[in-house]
Design a binder for this molecule. Structure first.
Ligand SMILES: Nc1nc2c(ncn2[C@@H]2O[C@H](COP(=O)(O)OP(=O)(O)OP(=O)(O)O)[C@@H](O)[C@H]2O)c(=O)[nH]1
Ligand SMILES: [Mg+2]
Length: 156
């Protein structure tokens, strides 16, 4: 991503329908929407001729050394149902501390409705914990468009 890239960012309450709207815009069913608190990491969505996802792990503090350790990204090919399900599982992963291991997931796909110059960013809900607001500040500065989705009544 660079300064010349336009971003459209979707940030809202948990379960308000953010990912569903992006699936609609992209004419796909790639983003998981099956349950409340479904998107548990940032997803950067770009056009690509190749279908794949790159899952970038959060930095880990090495136990024996007083420094952080970087894990190589997890690459997932999205050519079949198994790969797509693996991608959805990475996005939705949530441990007992309500944490997801990935700093962000990059999604590359030949979307017919997405220009090569545009990056769409799907986010967890603002009430979803994990310092989502802090994590989003950097994106806001680079965003060309901001879409806020809200529930008009509490989910039951
Ligand atoms: N009835 C109804 N259900 C919807 C609508 N949009 C989304 N849903 C359902 O609401 C649930 C949550 O939708 P998502 O698109 O995952 O919502 P989200 O804001 O991305 O949720 P998180 O990623 O968990 O924050 C899913 O079961 C969707 O099928 C809508 O317009 N009407
Ligand atoms: Mg979502």
């Amino acid at each position: 991503m660079n300064a010349a890239t336009f971003e459209k960012r979707d940030k809202s309450e948990v379960g308000a329908g953010k990912s569903s709207i992006i699936n609609l815009i992209l004419d796909c069913q790639l983003l998981p929407t099956d349950a409340p608190k479904c998107t548990n990491t940032i997803i950067e969505i770009r056009y690509s001729d190749k279908k794949f996802a790159r899952c970038i792990y959060k930095s880990e503090l090495a136990e024996s050394e007083n420094r952080t350790r970087e894990r190589p990204p997890k690459e997932i090919e999205l050519n079949d149902h198994k790969g797509i399900q693996d991608f959805k599982d990475c996005v939705a992963e949530c441990d007992e501390n309500e944490d997801n291991p990935f700093e962000r997931v990059e999604l590359y796909y030949p979307f017919k409705t997405l220009s090569k110059e545009v990056v769409i960013v799907d986010t967890p809900g603002i009430d979803g914990g994990n310092n989502v607001d802090q994590c989003l500040e950097a994106y806001l500065k680079r965003s060309y468009c901001f879409l806020y989705t809200m529930l008009d009544s509490p989910m039951v």
